[in-house]
Write a protein that binds this ligand. Structure first.
Ligand SMILES: Cc1ncc(COP(=O)(O)O)c(C=O)c1O
Length: 370
C-alpha cells in the first residue's frame, strides 16, 4: 500500500456512539397559510416581559465587550429570587448546554446513564456524545416509573436524567416519588432533575427539586428561561446543585458560555413577577380548556401539567397524526410530530394564544368530521 492510498482511506472518526445519535430536529413553522401559529416548540404565546426586551436592547451598546464569564449578576438575581446560594448556581447557553455538560463531565465510555421511555430526547444525545451507554426505563401509563428506573441501576450507572414535568407527555412525578427515587440510589449516581416547565406547575404534590438539590450531594436541578420567561431565542438556563458539581461544571464549560444580552434580559425577566403570573394563568386556563375540548372530540389527551398537550389520534386510515399534522399545517397550525419519542400517532401542541387555541379546536373538528 503506498502512502497516497493510505491517506485516502484514513479519515478522522468521531468517538464511538456519535454515529448512533439521531440529530435533534427542532420544531418548525412551515406552512403556506397567510397566518401561521407556531405551536411546535413550547414557546410562550405571551412573549417575554417588556422589561427583558428593554434590557436586551440596552445591551446593543456593548457588543464589543466580553460578557461576564461567571454570570455573577444573574446568579445573584436567581439566588435572591429563589433563596439560594449564588455560588451553587451555574448558568448555561440554554439548559440543553447544561444537560450536555453534565454528561461530558460525569460520563465516560463504559458508563451507563438512565432516562425514561418517553423522556426528553436531549438526554440520549448527551449520553451518546459522551461515549456512554443510554439505558431506557419503561414508563407506566406515560409517567416515569421509579421502580423501573431503580431496577436498571447497575454498578456502571453514573447519571439518571428525569424531566419533571416531562416533555412531550406533560406528566410528572410527585415530590414524594422523586425523594423515594433519590433515597434508593447509591451516592455515586447523579440524579439530574430537569425542571424546564416548573413555573407552569400548580400542584401541591410537585416540587422542582430545589430542596433536594440543596441538601443532597448527588442531585442537580436544571431550569430555563426559554419557556415561561419567553427567552428561548437568547439561550439561557441554569443549574443548581452541590458545590462540588458546580465546581466541576465551571471547569468544563466554555469561559463565556452565556452572552451578555441573555444575562441582562434574564435578570430583567426574573424581576417581572406580574408578567410571569399572567403567563402561568393564561396557560392554566387554556390548557384546561384545550384538554376538555379535544376530549369532547373523542381524542385521548395525556393529562399535562406543562404548557403543552399530547394528543393521540385514531389508528383509522386518514385519521392519524400524520394526516392531522398535514391538515392543521395547511390551516397555519403547526404542531410537533413525536414519533421520535415513541408516539408515532400523536401530536404535541403548545398552548397558544386564545386565537390559536380556538383555531386549533375548530380545525380539529373539521379534520375529524371530514
Ligand atoms: C424537558 C426539557 N428540558 C430542557 C429543555 C431545553 O430548554 P433550553 O435549552 O431552551 O433551556 C427543553 C426544551 O424543550 C425541555 O422540554
Amino acid at each position: 500500500m503506498n502512502e497516497n492510498s493510505k491517506s485516502e482511506r484514513a479519515r478522522p472518526e468521531p468517538r464511538r456512539g456519535v454515529g448512533e445519535i439521531s440529530a435533534y430536529v427542532s420544531g418548525d413553522d412551515r406552512s403556506n397559510a397567510a397566518r401561521v401559529f407556531k405551536l411546535s416548540s413550547n414557546e410562550t404565546p405571551l412573549g417575554p416581559s417588556p422589561m427583558a426586551v428593554e434590557a436586551f436592547r440596552a445591551n446593543a451598546e456593548r457588543l464589543h465587550v466580553y460578557p461576564e464569564g461567571s454570570a455573577r449578576s444573574l446568579r445573584e438575581a436567581l439566588a435572591a429570587a429563589y433563596g439560594l446560594n449564588p455560588d451553587r448556581i451555574v448558568c448555561g447557553n440554554g439548559s440543553d448546554e447544561l444537560l450536555t455538560l453534565i454528561a461530558q463531565t460525569y460520563l465516560s465510555p463504559g458508563d451507563e446513564a438512565i432516562f425514561s421511555e418517553h423522556g426528553f430526547l436531549i438526554y440520549r444525545i448527551a449520553i451518546l456524545a459522551a461515549g456512554a451507554t443510554p439505558v431506557v426505563a419503561p414508563e407506566t401509563a406515560e409517567v416515569a416509573d421509579v421502580d423501573a428506573i431503580l431496577a436498571l441501576v447497575t454498578p456502571r450507572t453514573r447519571v439518571i436524567y428525569l424531566a419533571n414535568p416531562n416533555n412531550p407527555t406533560g406528566t410528572y412525578l410527585t415530590y414524594e416519588a422523586v425523594k423515594r427515587l433519590h433515597a434508593s440510589l447509591p451516592g455515586n449516581v447523579l440524579l439530574v432533575l430537569d425542571a424546564a416547565y416548573a413555573e407552569y406547575v400548580r400542584r401541591n404534590d410537585y416540587s422542582s427539586g430545589i430542596e433536594l438539590a440543596a441538601e443532597a450531594d448527588n442531585v442537580v436541578m436544571t431550569r430555563t428561561f426559554s419557556k415561561v420567561f419567553g427567552l428561548a431565542n437568547l439561550r439561557i438556563g441554569w443549574a443548581y446543585g452541590p458545590a462540588a458539581l458546580i465546581d466541576a461544571l465551571n471547569r468544563t464549560r466554555g469561559p463565556f458560555n452565556v452572552n451578555g444580552a441573555a444575562l441582562a434580559a434574564a435578570a430583567a425577566a426574573l424581576s417581572d413577577r406580574a408578567h410571569l403570573e399572567r403567563a402561568v394563568e393564561h396557560n392554566s386556563v387554556w390548557r384546561d380548556w384545550l384538554t376538555k375540548e379535544v376530549a369532547k372530540l373523542g381524542l385521548r389527551v395525556t393529562p399535562s401539567i406543562g404548557n403543552f398537550l399530547l394528543v393521540h389520534f385514531s389508528e383509522e386510515k386518514g385519521r392519524g397524526a400524520a394526516e392531522a399534522d398535514a391538515f392543521l399545517r395547511q390551516r397555519g397550525l403547526v404542531l410537533r410530530r413525536v414519533a421520535g419519542y415513541g408516539f408515532p400517532n400523536a401530536l404535541r401542541m403548545t398552548v397558544g394564544t386564545e386565537e390559536a387555541n380556538r383555531a386549533f379546536v375548530d380545525a380539529l373538528k373539521e379534520f375529524l368530521g371530514g
